[in-house]
Design a protein around this ligand. Structure first.
Ligand SMILES: Nc1ncnc2c1ncn2[C@@H]1O[C@H](COP(=O)(O)OP(=O)(O)O)[C@@H](O)[C@H]1O
Ligand SMILES: [Mg+2]
Length: 291
């Protein structure tokens, strides 16, 4: 069985290549031949339909290049994860829409109205409405962002207005702050319909628990409710696998966000569980069943 591991050409961080290597090694172990392809390696015109390449049996798409993923899918290539599910995770506004449609508990969320580069947000009546329902402190996040870097805890209208002005035309969400979960959450890694590893992430100095942002981690046995909610979130987003961030809410777990390309090296260090091996076995089983 042959597959491509499709990755971004320009991202050169070790933390990404470590993930690629874990996937390649996991493939080797069970006889799944994975070939690493950067987006430049398979660069071709839209018209060519990848004619110059022999397409493999499947692709693992470890990037957010939705257009490239969609083009490969149009050629009949099965991607893990699919273009649509990666797109829904990459945009926190889309994630909120899909999770709510799937009946999954999430913090109350407002989506910024569409803004254009020439204008930005020229009037703030929408913020006044969000303030009425959410109050302060409020969470404001750019729709696209990672490692907690584009997530802000805003204390008052002035801070919100300054932040929103800095976003210019970029979309963002305004969200209920789940205070009970300040600086802590659970990262639940799901493959197929199963939870393979969970970690408790915490940071005593920041409301964000991301490891890259200075958080710490502990191995953790998730509750049944947390696990079921994480699996349901993956289903609602059409994901084959993901890292799901689960907050502690007053009435039980609340889904914060879902990562289609989780940095599972930290999970491996913390729990000894190699998510790459689970992903490869899942794909192998899936492809074998459809032969
Ligand atoms: N609504 C919220 N209430 C409380 N904490 C939150 C909320 N949203 C995010 N956080 C904290 O911030 C962290 C980063 O937010 P997240 O939406 O996962 O963005 P990123 O994609 O940057 O990881 C979360 O892991 C959590 O600790
Ligand atoms: Mg996160």
């Amino acid at each position: 069985m042959k597959g491509w591991l499709i990755v971004n050409s320009f991202v050169k961080w070790d933390k990404f290549s470590e993930i690629y290597n874990l996937l390649l090694e996991a493939g080797k172990k069970v006889g799944v031949e994975l070939d690493l392809k950067t987006s430049s390696d398979i660069f071709c015109s839209v018209q060519s339909g990848f004619d110059d390449f022999e397409l493999p049996d499947f692709g693992i798409f470890w990037d957010k290049d939705i257009l490239l993923a969609s083009r490969l899918e149009k050629m009949g290539l099965r991607l893990f994860n699919s273009a649509q599910s990666i797109e829904a995770c990459d945009d926190k506004g889309q994630t909120a829409i899909a999770l709510v449609a799937g009946g999954i508990r999430t913090p109350k969320t407002f989506l910024s109205p569409k803004a254009y580069p020439t204008f930005g947000c020229t009037e703030l009546s929408f913020l006044r409405k969000a303030e009425e329902e959410l109050g302060y402190p409020m969470i404001i996040k750019e729709n696209r962002g990672s490692f907690g870097q584009q997530v802000h805890l805003v204390k008052n209208s002035y801070e919100a207005e300054v932040l929103i002005a800095s976003f210019k035309e970029h979309p963002f969400i305004m969200q209920e702050y789940i205070e009970e979960s300040a600086g802590r959450d659970v990262r639940i890694n799901v493959v197929g319909d199963k939870v393979v590893a969970s970690m408790y992430r915490y940071n005593d100095n920041d409301f964000r628990s991301n490891i890259t942002n200075g958080g710490s981690m502990k191995s953790f046995t998730a509750t049944k409710e947390q696990e079921e909610m994480a699996i349901a979130a993956c289903r609602a987003l059409g994901l084959d696998f993901a890292g799901v961030d689960v907050l502690f809410g007053k009435e039980g777990p609340i889904i914060c966000e879902v990562n289609s390309n989780p940095h599972f090296k930290t999970t491996l260090q913390c729990t000894g569980i190699n998510m790459a091996e689970h992903i490869i076995s899942y794909i192998k089983e899936y492809m074998d069943e459809r032969k």
